[in-house]
Design a protein around this ligand. Structure first.
Ligand code: AMP
Ligand code: ZN
Length: 190
């Protein structure tokens, strides 16, 4: 999308403090960190929300979140982390390009209650953002990680029996809605 700030970051048009990149995804430090190491993981191709992301990318983006959470917490000495994603304006999504937040947490953290950490910019973390970048990347961005598709059909670790039970005749996972599925009858009006 031409007017999307995260598309511009993905294309390199806007500079960012990049920590991870592969063919499809990018991770960079949040400009207004809620904690030291607060970063965002995005698909390079524009998708407004998680439900707009092609379903084969849903598993991989979470595998990258898992991979980065481990590296970031180890390298920064964090004791935990919050994972979050606002989807849609009414959910508080300020940038309408899907992003998953990793917010590392520390024993010294002033915001003790879980997601409360997401509401307040940490000015010290903001001041030290370049130091955080070099502590995480150690001078070069984290190399691409191999991910597996979210579809059990493409996951070699699924047993043949599991595949039989979870796929329809076309090899589509049964638990996925297809575009033509009628889900209207169960829709609850708000
Ligand atoms: P959300 O409210 O979940 O949409 O969060 C958007 C996040 O993007 C906020 O935490 C912002 O601080 C962050 N953000 C906005 N512009 C940039 C940028 N150019 N580089 C890095 N982070 C940004
Ligand atoms: Zn975009």
């Amino acid at each position: 999308m031409t007017d999307c700030i995260f598309c511009k970051i993905a294309s390199g048009e806007i500079p960012t403090k990049k920590i991870y990149e592969d063919q499809k995804f990018l991770a960079f430090l949040d400009v207004n960190p809620r904690a030291v190491g607060h970063c965002l993981i995005i698909p390079k191709k524009h998708a407004a929300t998680l439900t707009d992301l092609p379903k084969e990318d849903a598993g991989p983006i979470f595998q990258i979140v898992q991979h980065l959470a481990k590296i970031i917490t180890e390298r920064l000495g964090a004791k935990g982390y919050n994972i979050g994603s606002n989807n849609g304006e009414s959910a508080g999504q300020a940038v309408p390009h899907l992003h998953l937040h990793i917010i590392p947490r520390y024993d010294t953290d002033k915001h003790k209650a879980g997601f409360e950490a997401a509401f307040q910019v940490n000015e010290d973390a903001k001041k030290d953002i370049d130091k955080t970048l070099s502590t995480i990347t150690r001078g070069k961005i984290i190399p691409p990680v191999k991910t597996t598709s979210s579809s059990p059909a493409a996951n070699p670790s699924s047993s043949a029996k599991e595949q039989d039970e979870t796929e329809d005749k076309k090899g589509e996972p049964k638990w996925c809605f297809n575009d033509e599925d009628d889900i209207g009858d169960d829709t609850i009006e708000h």
